[in-house]
Design a protein. Structure first.
Length: 270
């Protein structure tokens, strides 16, 4: 199959670009990028991924940053539809995985209502990449039986409404996307709802990129841990015992060495 045969004219692919490192793209994603003749990309798509776009492919930035949107979502929906209706081979490149806070449902609904065919190519979501960078596990037998992913991204002036009682339950890992600005409120709310202030946290910044930072600490210090992070640096919060340190097996059950630095587990990775 020739690269351009992967996408039919008038068809749209929503493609996960992963956390930023082009080596973390799926093989299918790379082939789809090569097959497009127009590509719409987000602000969080890594520069190394954009370097894979062949010459001659039209690039359209539709990036969003907290509080600064180059395009509103309705406009993005219309751009995708117009390109497909014009018979273009369309790739919509999204940071991470399109189905994890990527607003893919809105784009699919808009395309589907107009009778345009669309497909999804999944990507590595940032929580998985952050755990890998920190040599940690998102789930851990006997320690973290589940994983909950939420977003703290809000419209201007909108309060942060989350089910804190549910999120504060022990026995799982909590991943909070776009959580830097609300970190203080998140820490206070989880503690007020019963989460142990000593719960380990890992703040992951620019995951998989050359400027990656992994900052470890405790839930009670979450507001302090994010103070040196720029507004423009994409930040993920991982909260729970599984992200604390080196896992060990004791009588067949996982235990975590909290408060100690093991091999591959520096307090902060710069």
């Amino acid at each position: 199959m020739q690269p351009n045969e992967m996408i039919s004219p008038g068809e749209v692919w929503l493609v996960g670009a992963g956390p930023g490192d082009p080596d973390l793209l799926t093989r299918k994603a790379e082939k789809l990028i090569a097959a497009a003749d127009i590509l719409f990309y987000d602000a969080l798509v890594g520069p190394g991924v954009l370097d894979l776009i062949p010459a001659g492919v039209e690039r359209v930035s539709v990036g969003k940053r907290s509080g600064r949107h180059s395009k509103q979502q309705d406009s993005i929906n219309d751009l995708l539809l117009a390109a497909a209706k014009a018979g273009r081979r369309v790739v919509r490149l999204k940071g991470g995985d399109p189905s994890v806070f990527g607003r893919s449902a809105e784009e699919m609904a808009h395309l589907g209502q107009a009778g345009v065919r669309f497909h999804i190519c999944p990507g590595i979501t940032t929580a998985s990449a952050a755990a890998a960078s920190g040599s940690a596990s998102l789930t851990l037998r006997g320690v973290a039986r589940g994983l909950t992913l939420v977003t703290a991204h809000l419209k201007a002036g909108e309060p942060l409404r989350l089910d804190w009682d549910m999120l504060a339950r022990p026995g799982g890992t909590l991943g909070i996307y776009m959580g830097r600005a609300a970190a203080g409120e998140i820490g206070r709310s989880l503690i007020a709802a019963g989460r142990d202030p000593e719960t380990p946290v890992m703040v992951a910044v620019n995951v998989s990129l050359p400027g990656e930072r992994l900052i470890r600490g405790k839930l009670s210090a979450l507001a302090f841990l994010v103070q040196t992070i720029s507004d423009d640096d994409p930040t993920l919060l991982l909260i729970g015992e599984a992200v604390a340190g080196t896992p060990m097996l004791v009588d067949g059950t996982a235990r975590v060495s909290c408060g100690k630095v093991g091999a591959g587990f520096p307090p902060e990775k710069m």
